[in-house]
Ligand binder design. Sequence first.
Ligand code: FAD
Ligand code: MLT
Ligand code: ZN
Length: 475
Amino acid sequence: MSFVEKLRAIVGDKGLVLDTQEMRPYLSDWRENYLGAALAIVRPASTEEVSEVVKLCAAEKVAICPQGGNTGMSGGATPQEVGLEIVLSLTRMNRILEIDKVGYSMTVEAGVILKTIQEAAADHDRLFPLSLGAEGSCTIGGNLSTNAGGVQVLHYGNARNLVMGLEVVLPNGDIWNGMRALKKDNTGYDLRDLYLGAEGTLGIITKAILKLWPKPKDVATSWIAVASPAAAVELLSGAYAASEDNVTSCELMSRQGIELVLKNIHGATDPLADRHDWYVLLEWSSSRPPRHGANQTGLREKMETYLGEAMEKGLVLDAVIAQNETQARSFWALRENHSESQKREGPSIKHDISVSVSKLPEFVAEGLAVMNRVLPGCRPVPFGHVGDGNLHFNCQSPPGWSKPQFMHHGEAISGAIYDLVTRFGGSISAEHGIGRIKVNELAHYRSQIELDVMRMLKRALDPHNIMNPGKVIQV
Ligand code: FAD
Ligand code: MLT
Ligand code: ZN
């Protein structure tokens, strides 16, 4: 029996994609940086099928590229060009298995779309707080494998903090059952943490037990023009107390980014009459319903008072607080469409960096100067999660440039930004992972000891290097 026929015997016709046209969407990444090739796209329907497929691949030394929603930003879900791997897509494993309302947990298969999880939690008066632009198509398995961040990390933490238990198929096909709904568990090394953020290089996540929170009942969302990134950081710093610890999002954007969204996204509108250089989207939320009255105010009133005071101090230049959910959603659309609008505009380079929050304003000033020095005429588009010190310090090509023309300068621009990040004691990959795109950078910017330990782990857990080879770390 051929390898493909053996696969068919495990997953059936429904679980196998072999047609060239049908395979195509699985073979390139969202950013269209890579076009890989594969022996087959395999779509198992259960953990047992994943295990059997991995056992077969281990026996025949065929490498596996795990894939969820294929929205990753680092090329980790795209197989290599040589075509000797299979893509193992988890998208058929898309069942919510249990919601424990009292225990605040949800048990899911790895291929469930993030938005489906958010909606199921909301239907049970609960919140699953992971929230990001790709939530309509990314999967929870991909979220956990990239330790995704998103727009509520400053309050709830990143994906690593949102999960209790995991089930993982190991590179030899064994199934590790770590499906324990425990908030506390100090029994030896934390295997769960090993697989979170491993980008499919150590095993395949097949199930998870997620943590839930109370559903917010009082939400205040504002679109704010701020004087500078320093003003944004100061505004956030005071907001924690002013909101009574209810700050759930704080996102920074520049005028350049807003211009791209207004130009490229149908229906986008600027909430403010005048143009400003910098904007913040600030959201406060609480599970306590608003109580209006003399001394009992809701978050919206509290936010209004706070922004008024910030305006007197010169931190805030102008602001509008959403009066209803539709208006709040339109603010969020301006923020969440940054990536899509950059894609439509033409070639761009991403720098998913973080520095400490207090150093962020200085970093922005120096980073803008660096980009303009390395490539005069380029369009810096810094935006993102200011509360986490994590900015997408992106660079859009000068208008009308082709991708090869712009990418010719890519190494010089990114090298200069990453050297600056290093000088600030920051990270060159705050939330998107290393994937394929930053394998060389990891080797350059992490210490020898860190690289040695990572290699030791990879070799010990995946001795034949069949799990997503060429991603994260070269062995
Ligand atoms: P994929 O892209 O399919 O895979 C990502 C990596 O995980 C690959 O290395 C893959 O091999 C591995 N993998 C996938 N599933 C499994 C599994 N079950 N077991 C083992 N390995 C697996 N990311 C953020 O962190 N924050 C953001 O704010 C954010 N915003 C985004 C906005 C847009 C518009 C887009 C397009 C992307 C954004 N991303 C963001 C990046 C991306 O959405 C996340 O990385 C997401 O978590 C990836 O999920 P996925 O299911 O698409 O994974
Ligand atoms: C986001 O926060 O919107 C994404 O992580 C950013 C990006 O596209 O760089
Ligand atoms: Zn982000």
